[in-house]
Write a protein that binds this ligand. Structure first.
Ligand code: FCB
Length: 441
C-alpha cells in the first residue's frame, strides 16, 4: 500500500461553519420564524442547537478539542436591531462573548453578517427589495463591527446572495416577496449595493479587516453536450446562478437578459472570495420547467448520492471551482467557506471529506491561494426549507435531549486538522473504499 501524507501550508484555517437561525434557537423575530409559523415547511427551527441558551460553549469545546482552529458563524440581524429604531446592546454583548470564547479556545472567528434570515420589520417591507436597504445594512454592519472588532477581522457580508434571491423571489422555497425574475434581479442589485456599503464601512472602522462574501458556486455540465438546447440551458443557468454576483463585482455592472444594471460602487470590493461548494450539476432542456427558464438541474444516474439525494459526491468539482476562482481573480485569497454532506449513518461523509480535501490539496499544490476550509457543519442543525430532515453534522444531535453524538467523521476531521494534512493511513482507516482513488499504488 502507498504510504503518503499530503500537507497544507502553515497557518491554514480548519474549521466548521454555522448560521444563527440554524443553531441558536428561539429566533422569533425573523423571516424564517414567520415562514415556519405559516406552515410553509413541516418543521420549525425551535430550540435548534440551543446556542443562544449557551450551548455554543460546549460545541466550541468540541471544535477546539478536535484541533479546529477557526469557526465561521453568523450574527442575527433581528436580535441586534429588533425594530428599525432599536438596537439591542445585550444581544451584541452576547455575540462579543461568543467571539471572545472562540479566541480563548484558539479558534479564529469569521463572522457572517447576513445568512438568509431577515428581521421581520424588513421582511414586512419585502426584504432586500426595500428601497434604502443598502444604507440600513450598512448601519447594522457598523454596529456589529464596532462590537466585535477586538476579536474578529474576517467578515462575510452576505451568504449566498444568489440562492437568497433565487429561492426567495423565484422558486418560492425561501421566505421572499413578489415572485419573478424582475424581483430577483432587484434583490440581487440591492445585495450588491449592501455588500459595497458594508465593505467600505467595515474598512473605515477596521482598516486591517478582510471583507468578502460567500458565493454558492455550482459547476455545471450540459447533459448532452452535442444537443444545443442543453448547452444553451446550461449556459443560461450557469450565468444566472453562479455569475451574476461575482461578475458584477468584477465589472461594476450586473448583466441580465432583462437589461444591465450599473453598480459602479461595488467594482473590485472583495479582499478574498468565499466559496460554498457542494456538488456539480448536470443541466438539460426541460420544456415543463418554466420557473427555471426551461432548464433542469439534476444528478445523473449512478451518482454517489447523500441520504435525501440532495448532494452528489463530486470532488473534482471543488478543484474546478477553485480553478475558476483563481483564474477569474488571480492572487485573490480563497476560502472554502462551506463544504459538506448530509448523511444519517455517516457512511458517505468520511469519503466525501477525504476526497474533497484531497482535491483542495491539488489546488494548493498549484500555489492557488486557498487559505482555509470550513466543513458544513459542526452539529446537525435546522436545514432551512428541508427542516430537520438532513444531518450534516460531525456530531449528531438529539433534539429532545440536546445530546450530541460524535460521529466517526469528527475523528477523521480531527486527524486532518491535527496533521494539517491528509494521510493514506487516515483514508485506510475511515474510508478505505476510496484509498486507491486518493493514494493509488
Ligand atoms: C448552504 C447554506 C447553509 C446550509 C448548507 C447545507 O446553501 O448556506 O446554511 O444550509 O447549504
Amino acid at each position: 500500500m502507498t504510504q503518503a501524507t499530503v500537507h497544507f501550508p502553515r497557518g491554514f484555517l480548519w474549521g466548521t461553519a454555522t448560521a444563527a437561525h440554524q443553531v441558536e434557537g428561539n429566533n422569533t423575530n425573523n423571516s424564517w420564524y414567520r415562514w415556519e409559523q405559516n406552515g410553509h415547511i413541516k418543521d420549525q427551527a425551535g430550540l435548534a442547537c440551543d446556542w443562544w441558551g449557551g450551548r455554543w460553549k460546549e460545541d466550541m469545546d468540541r471544535a477546539a478539542e478536535t484541533s479546529q482552529n477557526a469557526h465561521r458563524f453568523s450574527v442575527e440581524w433581528s436580535r441586534i436591531q429588533p425594530e428599525p429604531e432599536r438596537w439591542d446592546e445585550d444581544a451584541l454583548e452576547r455575540y462579543r462573548m461568543m467571539a471572545r470564547g472562540m479566541v480563548e479556545r484558539g479558534i479564529t472567528p469569521l463572522v457572517t453578517l447576513h445568512h438568509f434570515s431577515d428581521p421581520l420589520w424588513l421582511y414586512d417591507r419585502c426584504g432586500w427589495e426595500m428601497p434604502g436597504i443598502a444604507p440600513a445594512f450598512e448601519k447594522y454592519a457598523r454596529k456589529v463591527v464596532e462590537a466585535l472588532k477586538e476579536y474578529v477581522t474576517t467578515w462575510v457580508t452576505i451568504n449566498e446572495p444568489n440562492l437568497y434571491a433565487l429561492n426567495g423571489y423565484v422558486t418560492g422555497a425561501f421566505p421572499g416577496c413578489a415572485q419573478g425574475f424582475g424581483a430577483a434581479l432587484r434583490v440581487l442589485a440591492n445585495l450588491l449595493r449592501g455588500h459595497a456599503a458594508a465593505y467600505r464601512a467595515i474598512h473605515e472602522i477596521q482598516p486591517e479587516a478582510r471583507v468578502g462574501y460567500a458565493l454558492h458556486y455550482r459547476p455545471m455540465l450540459a447533459a448532452r453536450p452535442w444537443f444545443p438546447l442543453d448547452v444553451l440551458m446550461r449556459n443560461i443557468q450557469y450565468a444566472g446562478v453562479n455569475m451574476a454576483f461575482p461578475s458584477a463585482i468584477s465589472t461594476g455592472v450586473m448583466k441580465s437578459p432583462m437589461g444591465n444594471v450599473r453598480i459602479p460602487e461595488v467594482k473590485g470590493l472583495q479582499d478574498y472570495l468565499g466559496i460554498n461548494y457542494y456538488s456539480v450539476d448536470t443541466v438539460k432542456f426541460d420544456i415543463t420547467n418554466r420557473k427555471e427558464l426551461f432548464g433542469k438541474r439534476y444528478y445523473p444516474a449512478g451518482s454517489d448520492l447523500s441520504t435525501t439525494k440532495f448532494i452528489a459526491n463530486t470532488p473534482n468539482g471543488l478543484f474546478d471551482t477553485l480553478k475558476w476562482a483563481t483564474t477569474s481573480y488571480p492572487n485573490l485569497p480563497l476560502l472554502v467557506t462551506e463544504n459538506g454532506v448530509e448523511d444519517d449513518d455517516d457512511k458517505m461523509r468520511p469519503r466525501y471529506i477525504a476526497q474533497h480535501i484531497h482535491q483542495m490539496w491539488r489546488a494548493v499544490n498549484y500555489n492557488w491561494p486557498v487559505k482555509g476550509y470550513f466543513y458544513w457543519t459542526l452539529v446537525d442543525n435546522f436545514e432551512w426549507e428541508r427542516g430537520w430532515t438532513q444531518r450534516f453534522g460531525l456530531w449528531g444531535l438529539d433534539r429532545e435531549t440536546q445530546a450530541r453524538t460524535r460521529r466517526s467523521s469528527a475523528d477523521l476531521y480531527a486527524d486532518i486538522c491535527t496533521e494539517n494534512g491528509l494521510s493514506s493511513e487516515m483514508v485506510a482507516k475511515y474510508c478505505p473504499e476510496v484509498l486507491q482513488k486518493i493514494f493509488p499504488d
